[in-house]
Write a protein that binds this ligand. Structure first.
Ligand code: 5GP
Length: 130
Protein backbone atom coordinates (compact mmCIF):
# COMPACT_ATOMS: atom_id res chain seq x y z
CA UNK A 1 0.00 0.00 0.00
CA UNK A 2 1.36 3.47 -0.83
CA UNK A 3 2.17 6.03 1.85
CA UNK A 4 -0.63 8.18 0.45
CA UNK A 5 -3.15 5.34 0.83
CA UNK A 6 -2.04 5.03 4.46
CA UNK A 7 -2.58 8.78 4.88
CA UNK A 8 -6.08 8.49 3.39
CA UNK A 9 -6.93 5.64 5.74
CA UNK A 10 -5.75 7.70 8.72
CA UNK A 11 -2.85 5.34 9.45
CA UNK A 12 -0.38 8.19 8.91
CA UNK A 13 -1.39 11.67 10.09
CA UNK A 14 -1.86 14.53 7.65
CA UNK A 15 -3.37 17.98 7.44
CA UNK A 16 -6.44 17.03 5.49
CA UNK A 17 -8.16 19.57 3.28
CA UNK A 18 -11.05 17.64 1.76
CA UNK A 19 -12.23 14.41 0.19
CA UNK A 20 -15.05 13.13 -1.97
CA UNK A 21 -15.97 9.64 -3.15
CA UNK A 22 -12.91 9.27 -5.38
CA UNK A 23 -10.37 11.94 -4.39
CA UNK A 24 -8.48 13.23 -1.36
CA UNK A 25 -6.51 16.45 -0.67
CA UNK A 26 -3.98 17.21 2.05
CA UNK A 27 -1.08 19.56 2.72
CA UNK A 28 2.34 18.56 1.44
CA UNK A 29 4.57 17.83 4.42
CA UNK A 30 7.48 19.66 2.73
CA UNK A 31 5.67 22.74 1.46
CA UNK A 32 7.30 24.84 -1.24
CA UNK A 33 4.68 27.52 -0.60
CA UNK A 34 2.16 28.31 2.08
CA UNK A 35 -0.81 26.06 1.33
CA UNK A 36 1.07 23.64 -0.96
CA UNK A 37 -1.47 20.85 -1.37
CA UNK A 38 -1.48 17.39 -2.90
CA UNK A 39 -4.57 16.05 -4.60
CA UNK A 40 -4.75 12.30 -5.13
CA UNK A 41 -7.18 9.73 -6.47
CA UNK A 42 -8.32 7.25 -3.84
CA UNK A 43 -7.57 4.52 -6.34
CA UNK A 44 -3.93 3.54 -6.01
CA UNK A 45 -2.41 4.22 -9.40
CA UNK A 46 1.23 5.25 -9.79
CA UNK A 47 1.11 7.19 -13.07
CA UNK A 48 -1.51 9.92 -13.46
CA UNK A 49 -2.18 9.18 -17.10
CA UNK A 50 -2.96 5.54 -16.31
CA UNK A 51 -6.21 6.69 -14.71
CA UNK A 52 -9.35 6.01 -16.72
CA UNK A 53 -10.72 9.12 -18.43
CA UNK A 54 -13.59 9.53 -15.96
CA UNK A 55 -11.25 9.09 -12.98
CA UNK A 56 -8.82 11.63 -14.43
CA UNK A 57 -11.59 14.16 -15.04
CA UNK A 58 -12.98 13.64 -11.53
CA UNK A 59 -9.51 14.28 -10.09
CA UNK A 60 -9.00 17.46 -12.12
CA UNK A 61 -12.46 18.75 -11.16
CA UNK A 62 -11.68 18.10 -7.52
CA UNK A 63 -8.28 19.83 -7.88
CA UNK A 64 -10.02 22.83 -9.44
CA UNK A 65 -12.27 23.24 -6.40
CA UNK A 66 -9.33 23.06 -4.04
CA UNK A 67 -7.36 25.53 -6.17
CA UNK A 68 -10.24 28.01 -6.13
CA UNK A 69 -10.37 27.80 -2.35
CA UNK A 70 -6.58 28.18 -2.05
CA UNK A 71 -6.61 31.27 -4.26
CA UNK A 72 -9.23 32.91 -2.05
CA UNK A 73 -7.53 31.80 1.15
CA UNK A 74 -4.12 33.22 0.25
CA UNK A 75 -5.16 35.97 -2.15
CA UNK A 76 -2.39 34.92 -4.54
CA UNK A 77 -2.11 35.45 -8.28
CA UNK A 78 -2.24 31.82 -9.38
CA UNK A 79 -2.38 28.28 -8.20
CA UNK A 80 0.23 26.45 -10.24
CA UNK A 81 -0.03 22.75 -10.79
CA UNK A 82 2.65 20.15 -11.25
CA UNK A 83 2.71 16.42 -11.63
CA UNK A 84 6.07 14.79 -10.95
CA UNK A 85 5.65 11.52 -9.10
CA UNK A 86 9.22 10.27 -8.82
CA UNK A 87 9.08 10.16 -5.03
CA UNK A 88 5.71 8.61 -4.21
CA UNK A 89 4.23 6.00 -6.58
CA UNK A 90 0.65 7.13 -6.07
CA UNK A 91 -0.57 9.69 -8.60
CA UNK A 92 -0.76 13.20 -7.17
CA UNK A 93 -1.21 16.75 -8.39
CA UNK A 94 0.76 19.45 -6.61
CA UNK A 95 -1.26 22.66 -6.12
CA UNK A 96 1.14 25.48 -5.44
CA UNK A 97 -0.06 28.99 -4.50
CA UNK A 98 2.17 31.53 -6.25
CA UNK A 99 2.64 35.21 -6.98
CA UNK A 100 5.52 35.02 -9.43
CA UNK A 101 7.48 32.74 -11.71
CA UNK A 102 10.04 32.32 -8.93
CA UNK A 103 7.36 30.83 -6.64
CA UNK A 104 6.19 28.36 -9.25
CA UNK A 105 8.75 25.66 -8.63
CA UNK A 106 9.10 22.49 -6.62
CA UNK A 107 12.87 22.87 -6.62
CA UNK A 108 12.89 25.81 -4.24
CA UNK A 109 13.53 25.87 -0.54
CA UNK A 110 11.05 24.03 1.66
CA UNK A 111 9.07 26.40 3.86
CA UNK A 112 8.87 25.69 7.56
CA UNK A 113 5.60 25.93 9.44
CA UNK A 114 4.78 24.80 12.94
CA UNK A 115 2.11 22.14 13.52
CA UNK A 116 -0.26 24.88 14.63
CA UNK A 117 0.46 26.91 11.49
CA UNK A 118 -0.09 23.87 9.24
CA UNK A 119 -3.43 23.19 10.94
CA UNK A 120 -4.38 26.84 10.50
CA UNK A 121 -3.38 26.81 6.82
CA UNK A 122 -5.57 23.75 6.23
CA UNK A 123 -8.46 25.49 7.97
CA UNK A 124 -7.95 28.64 5.88
CA UNK A 125 -8.40 26.60 2.69
CA UNK A 126 -11.34 24.64 4.08
CA UNK A 127 -13.13 27.90 4.91
CA UNK A 128 -13.50 28.60 1.18
CA UNK A 129 -14.65 25.14 0.13
CA UNK A 130 -18.36 25.10 -0.60
P1 5GP B 1 6.80 13.79 -6.14
O1 5GP B 1 6.53 12.29 -6.08
O2 5GP B 1 5.75 14.51 -6.93
O3 5GP B 1 8.17 14.12 -6.60
O4 5GP B 1 6.71 14.35 -4.66
C1 5GP B 1 5.99 13.75 -3.65
C2 5GP B 1 5.55 14.80 -2.65
O5 5GP B 1 4.94 14.12 -1.56
C3 5GP B 1 6.69 15.63 -2.06
O6 5GP B 1 6.41 17.02 -2.26
C4 5GP B 1 6.71 15.26 -0.59
O7 5GP B 1 7.00 16.34 0.26
C5 5GP B 1 5.31 14.74 -0.36
N1 5GP B 1 5.26 13.74 0.68
C6 5GP B 1 6.04 12.63 0.76
N2 5GP B 1 5.72 11.91 1.87
C7 5GP B 1 4.71 12.59 2.48
C8 5GP B 1 3.96 12.35 3.68
O8 5GP B 1 4.15 11.38 4.40
N3 5GP B 1 3.00 13.25 3.98
C9 5GP B 1 2.73 14.35 3.19
N4 5GP B 1 1.75 15.17 3.59
N5 5GP B 1 3.43 14.60 2.06
C10 5GP B 1 4.40 13.74 1.71
Amino acid sequence: MSIFSKIMRGEIPCYKIAENESCFAFLDINPKAKGHTLVIPKKEVDYLFDLEDDEYIALQKFAKKIAEAQKKAFNCKRICTAVIGYEVPHAHIHLLPSNSMADATLSGKTKTFSKEEMAEIAEQIQKYLG
